[in-house]
Design a protein around this ligand. Structure first.
Ligand SMILES: NC(=O)C1=CN([C@@H]2O[C@H](COP(=O)(O)OP(=O)(O)OC[C@H]3O[C@@H](n4cnc5c(N)ncnc54)[C@H](O)[C@@H]3O)[C@@H](O)[C@H]2O)C=CC1
Ligand SMILES: O=C(O)C(=O)Cc1ccc(O)cc1
Length: 304
C-alpha cells in the first residue's frame, strides 16, 4: 500500500474510470480520488455507490490541486474537457488519458496543456462491452497491457505513470502514437467493426428469424454479439478518429475476404486449408505468450 499520487482526478465516470477507482482503492495507490462526469445522473450514481472520495459538479473544480488527472471520456469529448480543465491544472501535475486512439487525442489535448504541466497519453488494453459508473471492477487491468505514448514527455512523469499502471495490475509498454493506432486498428478497432457488421447481417436476414439467431448462436457468433453490444458513442468516436489506419486495415480485410469468397466459389480447398492453417498459428502464439484471457489459468501466469 504505497500512495503514489496524493490527489487523482477522474474526468468521466464510466467503465474505465470506475475500474481505475476500485483498483486504486484496492492498492492504496491514491491519497484521495476526485471525480467528475458531465451528466448529473452519473454524478448522483457515483455518490450513491461511493465511486470517488468526492464528486464535483465541474471538471475544473475536480482538477484543482490534483497531482494526476485522468481523462476517461469518449475520444470526441477530449477536446472539450481539456479546454475546461486547462486553467485549473497545478504546476507539476500530470495529465493522462485512456482513449483507444492516441494521435487524435494528442492533437486535441496537447495544445490545452499549460507550461509546467506534463501530458503523458495512455491506453489500457482492457475493457468490456459494458459502460457507465456501475460497470467497473478492480481486476479489469490485472495482467493486461497498458500502452503509453509519451513522445518526448517528461521522463520522470512518464516513469511514475508507468509505475502507477503497474500498481493497478498492468504490464506497461511504450510506443509511438501512430504505431499504436495501426496496431489497435488490427487488433481491436477493425475486429469490432466486423463484429458490428456480422450482427447487423444476422439482424437483416429475413429468412432467419431473430429467435433462431438467439437459439442457434454458436460460440463465435455469441462473441460477436457481445462485442457488438459495446457503447455506440465510444466506438463511433474510435472510427472517426482512427480513420486512416482503420481504412487501411479494412482495405486489406476486404481483399482477403474476396480471395476467400473466390476460393469457396471455385471449390479451391487448398487455398482455404492453407489460409486456415496460417491463421491457426496466430491463436497458438497468443496462448504460448500467456495472453489467452479465456484460459482458466489466465492471470495466474507469471508476468512477462
Ligand atoms: N470500454 C472499453 O472497453 C475501453 C475504453 N477505453 C477508452 O476509455 C474512454 C472511456 O471509455 P469508457 O469508460 O468505456 O466509457 P463510458 O461510456 O463507460 O464512460 C464515459 C464517461 O464519460 C462521460 N462523458 C461523456 N462525454 C463527456 C463530456 N463531454 N464531459 C465529461 N464527461 C463526459 C460519460 O458521462 C461517462 O461518465 C474512451 O475514450 C475509450 O476509448 C479504453 C480501453 C477500453
Ligand atoms: O471487450 C473487448 O473485447 C474489448 O476489446 C475491450 C476493449 C475495447 C476498447 C479498447 O480500447 C480496449 C479494449
Amino acid at each position: 500500500m504505497t500512495v503514489m499520487y496524493d490527489r487523482v482526478a477522474l474526468i468521466g465516470l464510466g467503465l474505465i474510470a470506475s475500474s481505475m477507482f476500485w483498483a486504486m482503492k484496492r492498492g492504496g495507490i491514491a491519497g484521495e480520488v476526485i471525480g467528475y462526469a458531465r451528466s448529473s445522473e452519473t454524478r448522483d450514481v457515483a455518490r450513491e455507490i461511493g465511486l470517488c472520495d468526492r464528486v464535483c459538479d465541474s471538471a475544473a473544480e475536480a482538477c484543482e490541486g490534483a497531482d494526476l488527472i485522468v481523462l476517461c471520456v469518449p475520444i470526441g469529448a477530449m477536446d472539450a474537457v481539456s479546454r475546461e480543465i486547462a486553467g485549473a491544472l497545478k504546476k507539476g501535475a500530470v495529465v493522462t488519458d485512456v482513449g483507444s486512439v492516441k494521435r487524435a487525442v494528442i492533437d486535441v489535448v496537447g495544445p490545452h496543456i499549460p507550461d509546467g504541466v506534463h501530458f503523458v497519453p495512455g491506453h489500457p488494453l482492457a475493457g468490456t462491452e459494458q459502460s457507465g459508473p456501475r460497470s467497473g471492477f478492480a481486476e479489469l487491468f490485472d495482467n493486461r497491457w497498458c500502452v503509453l505514448t509519451p513522445e518526448g514527455a517528461d521522463a520522470d512523469a512518464t516513469a511514475k505513470l508507468r509505475k502507477y499502471w503497474e500498481a493497478l495490475g498492468s504490464n506497461v509498454d511504450e510506443m509511438d502514437a501512430d504505431h499504436h493506432d495501426l496496431v489497435l486498428a488490427v487488433t481491436s478497432h477493425t475486429p469490432h467493426l466486423i463484429a458490428y457488421t456480422m450482427v447487423g447481417v444476422a439482424d437483416d436476414l429475413s429468412r432467419v428469424t431473430d429467435t433462431e439467431v438467439v437459439k442457434f448462436s454458436a460460440a463465435g457468433f455469441r462473441d460477436f454479439t457481445r462485442i457488438a453490444a459495446s457503447d455506440p458513442t465510444m466506438w463511433r468516436d474510435v472510427f472517426l478518429n482512427n480513420k486512416d489506419a482503420t481504412l487501411e486495415i479494412l482495405g486489406r480485410f476486404t481483399e482477403e475476404l474476396f480471395a476467400l469468397q473466390r476460393a469457396i466459389r471455385q471449390g479451391d480447398g487448398e487455398h482455404l486449408h492453407d489460409y486456415f492453417t496460417r491463421t491457426r498459428s496466430i491463436r497458438r502464439g497468443i496462448i504460448e505468450a500467456g495472453q489467452d484471457t479465456d484460459a482458466p489459468n489466465f492471470g495466474r501466469n507469471p508476468k512477462p
